[in-house]
Design a protein around this ligand. Structure first.
Ligand code: HEM
Length: 438
């Protein structure tokens, strides 16, 4: 029995050193977990200097969030009377409750930041571009899936923000709701959908709780699976094109690639790098790539756990609609929007266009639209795919980085320099004393 169990675990995790390349490829194809990887990967796609391993870091944070989130579900009560006190219990009464909560909150912040950095890396390496060279590949699709992942990650984090039901949570959600309300025509409907009525109360809490613990994680999980599968379908990570590829068949198309069927719903062809002669070296995914992934996973988990001792999750006074904190701020990843809202109110005589509409809706929608159409507008050559700062993409990289820097500066201004009544205070200036709640 013990031997059988051992054999089963070995079959699932497969850690032995293969003697030949053939053995390594066979094992990858037969093993349940390793089947996720192609049999071979190029040295370039496995190199950390290319991807910065950001995708794996995101997945590690997502795993930490899932595990700690499941534990938190045993202790958190989604009711306006009890939510705040269940978090207090976690913080002060439950053994290691503070650790689980702080770890969950920190991993969420790190995940949002890493998803953003991963998007920046993908843009700067031109890894979203379409190339005719790899049969069956269409990289723009993975960029669009990525955008859906970015939005889902932000929503997952934002829905979690409300759950402690403290002042920080309630007023951050109020800011989001006010922005939704400033949308013409659909504003009221969107707000009603978001908060489940006209004020933030039990209806809002239960909506956001269900979205946070079920709908959004499931959506994110499915999108991640699709994202990974697309990388396989695209013939591996971008950069294969830049290395220069030739069909192994030398012009005669014998087989286009490996055929696949996903639960019989979709079928098609997956190009595999074995079908191509790639200039540049390649290696077997296992153990060549899998070991790196495992090492990054362990390192990121250890660092996040270590940071939990330094970064504490906040918990303010219980939520109250009767008392507005001054200033009230959105979570940091939405602060650039709050800052835009504050700066973009336009007045023509007695006519006013609200900043909520311009900064909260028009500008972010335009940015999102631009991100969606960008892969179709980028006409730089194939050599620029999968190459950091390629000279053919210099102008677009500069504009992209400029937008990123503006967003980061706005977040900094919102987080550090905005004080009571949303006035600017330099970091060395102290804020005037504001009345506190009794
Ligand atoms: C939950 C969020 C995400 C996860 C877990 C994830 C995961 C990954 C992983 C593991 C890779 C393999 C390479 C690497 O590690 O960098 C990858 C590649 C890629 N990701 Fe993501 N990603 C996410 C979000 C995004 C976003 C926001 C975008 C862009 C809008 C994006 C676009 C891409 C593209 C185009 C590739 C292929 C890159 C290449 O071929 O070099 N991903 N992603």
């Amino acid at each position: 029995m013990k031997e059988k169990m051992k054999a089963f675990i070995r079959k699932l995790t497969w850690t032995y050193n293969p003697a030949t390349e053939r053995e390594a490829s066979d094992a990858t194809a037969r093993n349940f977990l390793l089947h996720w990887f192609p049999a071979k990967v190029t040295t370039k796609s496995a190199s950390i200097s290319y991807s910065l391993a950001l995708g794996i870091i995101i997945m590690t944070e997502f795993t930490i969030l899932t595990v700690t989130g499941l534990i938190l579900m045993f202790l958190y009560v989604p009711s306006v009377e009890r939510a705040y006190w269940s978090i207090k219990d976690l913080q002060f009464a439950v053994s290691y409750g503070w650790f689980i909560r702080d770890l969950h909150r920190l991993a969420a912040q790190l995940m949002v930041a890493t998803v953003f950095l991963h998007m920046v890396r993908v843009f700067l390496t031109g890894a979203y571009k379409y190339s005719e060279k790899v049969v069956g590949s269409y990289r723009p699709l993975n960029w669009w899936i990525g955008l859906a992942l970015l939005l889902s990650t932000m929503m997952l984090s934002y829905t979690g923000y409300l759950l402690p039901w403290d002042q920080l949570a309630l007023w951050a959600i109020t800011i989001g709701d006010n922005i939704a309300l400033s949308a013409p025509v659909v504003g009221k409907l969107v707000s009603k959908l978001l908060i489940g009525g006209t004020i933030i109360d039990q209806n809002t809490l239960i909506r956001w709780y269900v979205a946070h613990v079920f709908f959004l994680p499931v959506i994110l999980f499915l999108l991640i699976m699709w994202h990974m599968w697309r990388i396989r379908k695209d013939g591996g990570m971008a950069g294969v094109e830049a290395l220069g590829i030739e069909r192994v068949t030398q012009g005669k198309v014998v087989s286009k690639g490996k055929t696949y069927s996903l639960m019989g719903i979709v079928t098609g062809i997956t190009p595999t790098i074995t079908q191509y002669r790639v200039r540049g070296s390649s290696g077997s995914s296992s153990p060549y790539l899998t070991r790196r992934i495992l090492a990054i996973f362990i390192l990121v988990t250890a660092v996040t756990m270590g940071l939990t001792f330094l970064v504490k999750a906040p918990l303010e006074q219980p939520a109250s609609l009767m008392w507005t904190p001054n200033p009230a701020k959105a979570p940091w990843y939405f602060l650039w929007l709050q800052e835009l809202v504050a700066d973009t109110t336009v007045r023509f005589g007695s006519f006013t266009i609200s900043g909520g509409f311009v900064g909260g809706i028009v500008i972010p929608s335009l940015l999102l639209l631009l991100a969606v159409v960008w892969p179709l507008l980028d006409k730089s050559p194939d050599e620029a795919i999968g190459v950091w700062f390629h000279k053919a993409r210099r102008l677009q990289n500069t504009v992209f980085l400029f937008i990123c820097v503006v967003i980061v500066v706005l977040i900094y201004v919102g987080a550090v320099m905005r004080g009571p009544y949303w006035h600017i205070y330099m970091p060395w200036q102290s804020w005037p004393k504001m009345p506190t709640r009794l």
